[in-house]
Design a protein. Structure first.
Length: 214
């Protein structure tokens, strides 16, 4: 004789799934209501598109899940997000294991990204830093390096902004202190950021090309 099926309304595992989905949805709804956050995102995307139109590039970095986000975002730029179009110039500073281990071994983990920005960054480039706490030492060092070089800085972080907030030209703070919900909101905004940059960049390219031809 088999046991009757568990009632999904009383299954604690199912309840946990529902609870966490609703908590995450609550954060996303708060993001959707924050007009100031939307304005900052649009401004950051416009600055990035303008940098690309000027022959500069986007650099992105983060740690752990945020490192995966950095690579995901750059993939959207170099490959595509939705529509077929030419590639956009972007690089993730989280992928070259030889550089990461050499810099980590020789100079310390906190200089992983700053050293790469020193090598690759140019005035007018854009650096997008992802840190749920806003306090990752290697992200802070990278942002300081950007300030010294003249690189535009964008930050994706949590509700307090941490120490990175004053180092960012554009700081996007998610209305949560829970890492997984911050990351969920980050991914949604990263996709929208890609769409915004793409729209401005490709709509302006014909005019920019015509102006260059005189």
């Amino acid at each position: 004789m088999t046991d009757p099926p568990t009632n999904p309304t009383t299954d604690p595992t199912t309840d946990l799934v529902r609870e966490k989905l609703l908590e995450g949805l609550g954060v996303m709804e708060a993001v959707a209501r924050e007009a100031a956050l939307h304005t900052t995102l649009v401004a950051a995307a416009e600055a990035t598109a303008d940098a690309l139109l000027s022959g500069r590039k986007l650099m992105v970095a983060g740690n752990g899940g945020s490192a995966a986000d950095a690579q995901h975002l750059v993939a959207e730029f170099v490959s595509r997000l939705v529509d077929d179009r030419p590639a956009m110039r972007a690089v993730a500073l989280t992928t070259d294991t030889s550089i990461l281990t050499a810099v980590g071994n020789d100079y310390g983990f906190e200089r992983l990204f700053a050293r790469q920005i020193e090598a690759l960054g140019q005035p007018g480039d854009v650096f997008l830093a992802i840190s749920t706490s806003g306090n990752s030492p290697n992200i802070l060092r990278a942002l300081e390096q950007c300030r010294a070089v003249g690189i535009v800085t964008i930050g994706l972080t949590g509700n307090t902004g941490g120490k990175m907030a004053p180092l960012c030209d554009y700081c996007l703070r998610m209305p949560s202190g829970v890492t997984m919900y911050i990351q969920q909101a980050h991914l949604a905004l990263e996709h929208i950021f890609s769409l915004l940059v793409e729209s401005r960049y490709f709509s302006a390219r014909p005019a920019a090309s015509a102006a260059a031809r005189g």
